[in-house]
Design a protein around this ligand. Sequence first.
Ligand SMILES: Nc1nc2c(ncn2[C@@H]2O[C@H](COP(=O)(O)OP(=O)(O)OP(=O)(O)O)[C@@H](O)[C@H]2O)c(=O)[nH]1
Ligand SMILES: [Mg+2]
Length: 441
Amino acid sequence: MFDALSERFEGIFSRLRSRGRLSERDVAEVTREIRLALLEADVNVRVVKDLVGRVKDRASGAEGSASLSPAQQVVKIVNEELVATLGGVTGKLTMSSQPPTVVMLAGLQGSGKTTAAGKLARHLKSQGLGVLLVAADLQRPAAVEQLRVLGRRLDVPVFSAPEGARWRAVDVAAAAREEAARLGRNVVVVDTAGRLQVDADLMDELRQVREVLAPHNTLLVVDAMTGQEAVNVAVAFDEAVSLDGVILTKIDGDARGGAALSVKEVVGRPILFVGTGEKPEDFEPFHPDRMAGRILGMGDVLTLIEKAESAFDEEQVRETEQRLRKGQFTLDDFLDQMRQVRKMGPLQNLVKMMPGLPKELKSAQVDESELARVEAIICSMTPRERREPSLINGSRRLRIARGSGTTTADVNALLKQFKMVQQMMRSVAKGKKPRLPVPGM
Ligand SMILES: Nc1nc2c(ncn2[C@@H]2O[C@H](COP(=O)(O)OP(=O)(O)OP(=O)(O)O)[C@@H](O)[C@H]2O)c(=O)[nH]1
Ligand SMILES: [Mg+2]
């Protein structure tokens, strides 16, 4: 998402860079280009008009007043106004002082409600909260089972209508709080049924569910691919059940991104989370400033750092560091490091967030199977071999290759790679500037 828009902005800003002072005409030209870029990205017309108007006012007024170059000044202004349009600050779920906090999800069919329920449960669980998932979608026969499967995978309990009981969604909702109290859960996440379109039946059911649930957060799940229509859907749901926020899903797709940029301004409800893929971990809090940075091509360094921080086990990192200082870096450490990196999610997603990487590199496939192979090889070694790889002679090599389903050439390649990393680590430990083993890096 936003690729086309980013590219347009990149072009606009690089042309601007070659200018000295910005004349009235330059400002007019730049704002016209920005307007076109936003409209092409499917941003709501009213939102475009407001945003461009604000940029124009500030860009002409600020002329020559700061030490920034004209181009830098415009980038700064566009960035700030984009952040404002996206909601300004990072939104948060309202947590009730009296548990359980209730979160109700609503949205059209296939928007990603059930998936988002799982993702949200995982997210809250990782913050140390006890979550109960509630299956209040009795529309689709398989819906309850879908949530149960997710719950099992995430190790989160799922509450649903008792076998054979003829419950409606409101009955499930009514019993959910009691179940949460019984299980001592802090947060209840309720999945509801969707419809193909906004219709009276759906809204009635949702209103009833909302009434008995009295949720602290009613969140609309919107598929980013729906484009402009997302805004209308959000307005309709807001009128019916009064929304507190939005979860925007499938931003990993090739949607142009206009919906994301319009929802807050038109509906007045913040985007709280975004779905970036099908898996439970493909989920992030929505940060307007970082999203703006990503759109303007500044990369999403902060999200990257945050991911790294949450994935790395500090204790383990400290231990490794201590061994490194003593110049001991074993294949076990190598494996640990690799696993830590993998915990951050698919490499592909991480690479996309790196600023300044050439486009070709971002679209290049990262070979995840290579990582799996390395893991298999190291796991086929004895603990002693992992500490002293020099022990690995011809027959051991063959055993390791067989054990890991690889070839002796693979084992050799890994040992060579490890040796280079080890050498690098040793020179780091000695306080020398490391010589990277990869040429050209
Ligand atoms: N790529 C991508 N796919 C997603 C994302 N979120 C959900 N999906 C996929 O979208 C499809 C629909 O997701 P569900 O969670 O079942 O949608 P739902 O709103 O519960 O659908 P109903 O219960 O039928 O109303 C599934 O195939 C999901 O894997 C996302 O962020 N990115
Ligand atoms: Mg569902």
